[in-house]
Design a protein around this ligand. Structure first.
Ligand code: ATP
Ligand code: MG
Length: 315
């Protein structure tokens, strides 16, 4: 079973435009979608679509509109009760694939909420192979909280994947997560340098800077690092080696949540006993399928082109 943790969930509203977004103008939406959001929820949905056991954990009050959306998906979830409504994150999608995101901070969690949520995670994780800690932390939650969760779960022999950014990302490195899933920008936050430059070098075929930074990070965490590089594909680095994978070009519709799908692909492959190279190939197939789907729609196995993925070890 895979357990995902979303401390700061959202209702994701995607507005698709027929033309380019123009600041300061009134524009009509071509289409509007409302989907359950939050990185852990995205990961759990893709895992469940693959026919594997997944549970999403989140703080939510019983009548929250997000839970109605989750009920429609059939995803299994467990909550701790909170008073405030879950935030809405807005994505504006242009026809050329450009996406602009406006994210609310989320409602504050009290110390009591955090303690109950931590207990819920430890309790649910009893049956888990992997626990994925995903996304930003809401106001009131310390940047070290993911680290405390890792310590508690490691004491019970659980494997933990983390996909976050900013202060919680910097703080988690020293706690030894089993897998970190940075994109180029998050990698650069940790190792220095320029994320955009890392990604554009990789797109131009120069993987050197991204490989060096990923290896540095893997040495620091002692675990595996899955670095996603947008259209360029992804790298997997662990103590045994480094692999690179890329999927055939797709018609991009929305890259929002592509990284969440990559993490889901890695975990799905791991549940089926895949090697690191196979898990990376599956991660890239999922990321690429997600980029070709609208909004944050989680890929289904039938959306994947796993056979088309080129995966190779790097010396
Ligand atoms: N423009 C694109 N074309 C093709 N594939 C893409 C594109 N963008 C992303 N992908 C696929 O999705 C994966 C993850 O993308 P990216 O590195 O942008 O993740 P991310 O920034 O963590 O995304 P998010 O946090 O929004 O989920 C990539 O490794 C790749 O497989
Ligand atoms: Mg990401």
């Amino acid at each position: 079973m895979i357990v995902t943790v979303t401390a700061n969930p959202s209702v994701d509203r995607t507005i698709e435009l027929d033309g380019t977004l123009v600041r300061g103008e009134v524009q009509r939406a071509a289409r509007v979608r409302r989907q359950p959001g939050g990185k852990g929820i995205n990961v759990a949905r893709a895992v469940a679509e693959a026919g594997l056991d997944a549970v999403a954990l989140l703080p939510a009050r019983a009548d929250d509109p997000l839970l109605t959306l989750l009920d429609e998906t059939g995803l299994r979830y467990r909550t701790i009760p909170v008073e405030a409504a879950i935030r809405t994150n807005l994505t504006i999608a242009e026809p050329d694939g450009t996406t602009t995101k406006l994210n609310e901070p989320g409602a504050e969690l009290s110390e009591g909420h955090v303690a109950r949520f931590t207990d819920l995670i430890a309790d649910t994780a009893a049956d888990a192979d992997w626990v994925a800690l995903c996304g930003s932390l809401p106001p009131g939650v310390s940047a070290e909280w993911y680290g405390f969760v890792v310590e508690r779960l490691h004491a019970n022999g659980k494997r933990i994947a983390v996909d976050t950014s900013g202060a919680p990302l910097s703080a988690i490195v020293g706690f030894g997560p089993d897998l970190l899933k940075p994109n180029a920008f998050e990698l650069a936050e940790l190792t220095g340098g320029d994320g955009a430059a890392l990604e554009s070098a990789a797109e131009a075929g120069d993987l050197g800077p991204a490989v060096e930074a990923s290896r540095l990070l893997a040495e620091r965490t002692g675990g595996a690092v899955l670095t996603t590089l947008g259209a360029a594909g992804a790298l997997l680095t662990d103590a045994a080696g480094t692999w690179f994978a890329q999927a055939p070009a797709v018609q991009v519709r929305s890259t929002v949540g592509a990284g969440d799908s990559s993490l889901a692909g890695y975990l799905i492959a791991g549940e089926r006993g895949a090697s690191p190279a196979e898990a990376l190939a599956c991660a890239v197939a999922y990321g690429s399928a997600a980029a070709s789907l609208p909004g944050t729609t989680p890929p289904r196995p039938s959306d994947l082109n796993l056979a088309g993925v080129d995966v190779r070890p790097l010396s």
